[in-house]
Design a protein around this ligand. Structure first.
Ligand code: SF4
Length: 329
């Protein structure tokens, strides 16, 4: 059976510059391949600017890759209509306030996907909205309220209800709790966990909060400068991270403020300029284990102990990992 979602060697680059400075390209996503199996939760972590949000837009179909392809259940996403994509994949964004129409009531907001997809009669749609409100823990008295009359946590419940009312298979959640007070973050995470079991959902979870990813994700992908540098089962990556960047990330202290980005890694140097990435392994200027080869040759993903790792430290140990579609081609 094909994975529910698959990215095959996807690249996204944006042209920048002008007439006098010359045209250059920023590589936001740089050769990512991954497979998301039904029922799994893939956590994607990395510093701000590493390409994880661009990757999430690719997986939803909101952005087209410069090269490579994304497949939904074995079918190219590029050939699906917007409505067909939306029936199967729904996003949940970081800021529920900006993702909700302030002039639309809560009931109309949650009902909108049913209207757009022409699902059910008017009476059935209202019943479905009321059921979703119950399922996400929204009191029925809020049906005629507007987003400005709700708290941040309640607005995120509305956004989740709207995403789920047409029963998609996959939710792509981009920092779903980082705009919320710490006190309601765990409520929303527990809700996502409960709904996943209720609807047999698959999640892609993008989060700077490693504790959330460790708690919820079944697999985790660590991104750096548009590439996945390590991917594997969450317990394996968290208990024994192999890539030096994963190790730095996972040993870092979490920031007390939500939404501030990835924790302080104590790595030397700063995240590289995406317009001027270092040659070889892009992590080499910050890597405590850098070797001469790292400055010249970019490492490939390899299978090490059941994980995929991109690092010359493991050059002796394994076989190179390629996208199955690439191997077939
Ligand atoms: Fe560090 Fe070299 Fe591995 Fe890159 S390839 S992470 S520089 S050891």
């Amino acid at each position: 059976m094909a994975p529910l979602l698959e990215a095959s060697d996807v690249h996204v680059s944006y042209p920048v510059g002008g007439m006098f400075s010359g045209r250059r390209a920023v590589k936001a996503v740089n050769g990512v391949s991954l497979q998301i199996e039904r029922g799994s939760v893939l956590g994607i972590v990395g510093e701000s600017g590493c390409g994880k949000s661009t990757l999430s837009r690719l997986l939803i179909g909101l952005e087209q890759p410069t090269s490579g392809s994304v497949w939904v259940d074995g079918a190219p996403i590029a050939q699906m209509t917007r409505l067909a994509r939306a029936r199967r994949i729904q996003p949940v964004f970081q800021d529920p306030y900006s993702s909700l129409n302030p002039r639309r009531s809560i009931e109309a907001t949650i009902r909108q996907p049913l209207d757009v997809h022409g699902i059910g009669t008017s009476r059935e749609r209202i019943a479905a909205v009321r059921e979703m409100m119950d399922l996400v823990g929204l009191a029925q008295r809020h049906a005629n309220s507007y987003p400005s009359q709700l708290s941040g946590g309640q607005r995120q419940r509305v956004a989740i209800a709207r995403a789920l009312v047409i029963r998609p298979e996959l939710l792509v959640c981009d920092e779903p709790t980082s705009a919320l007070d710490v006190s309601v973050q765990s409520q929303i995470l527990n809700l996502l966990q409960d709904l996943r079991a209720e609807f047999n959902l698959t999640y892609v979870l993008i989060s700077h909060d490693l504790a959330i990813v460790e708690h919820i994700a079944t697999r985790v992908a660590v991104m750096y400068t548009g590439k996945i540098v390590e991917e594997g089962e969450t317990s394996a990556v968290f208990s024994n991270p192999l890539h030096p960047y994963s190790r730095a990330l996972l040993s870092a202290v979490l920031t007390p403020e939500p939404g501030l980005g990835i924790p302080e890694t104590r790595l030397r140097g700063s995240f590289p300029n995406p317009m001027d990435l270092p040659p070889g392994c892009t992590f080499h200027p910050r890597c405590p284990e850098s070797m001469p080869i790292c400055m010249e040759n970019a490492p490939c993903l390899q299978n090490i102990d059941g994980k995929s790792v991109s690092c010359h430290l493991y050059a002796e140990q394994r076989s190179s990992v390629e996208s199955p579609r690439k191997q077939l081609g």
